[in-house]
Design a protein around this ligand. Sequence first.
Ligand SMILES: [Zn+2]
Length: 166
Amino acid sequence: MYGGKMEYEIVYSKIKNIYIQIKEEKIIVKSPPKVSKKEINKILKNKEDWIRKTLEKSNNKEEKEKLYTNEEFKNKVQNIVNELIKKTGLIPNKVRIRDIKYAWGTCSEKKNITISYKLINYTEPAIRYVILHELCHIKYMNHSKEFWNLVEKYMPNYKYIKKEFK
Ligand SMILES: [Zn+2]
């Protein structure tokens, strides 16, 4: 979930060309056997605009009941951010809430964190998890073991909370 990086699933099958499918908000890459991940990444990068647009469309279909008002949500995010900055010592450059559909949150290399407005439908622990996740990307711009250890340090039950996003 960093830098708006796309997560996808590769399905290898005996076909001639690679093609990309968006299904229930997931990116599925169908590929002939023996195509390297590097190559697939390149193709995804070229198709990024199209993928994001398609993801947004597939996302717009489901309008859930909102848990909070816009104001409540904004305050909640701000409070959690402040609290977690104090706890972790990880300081973002900027934190914004935007209507991004392709991720719950992103963290850029400039330490700008964007929190998805989609989270307005989620519980406080879930919002807290996403904010913590993106804060930890300030230290580790990847999903390495060290990254997850850091998340776990401040949220020992994060694996359980993550399930809300499945
Ligand atoms: Zn991430």
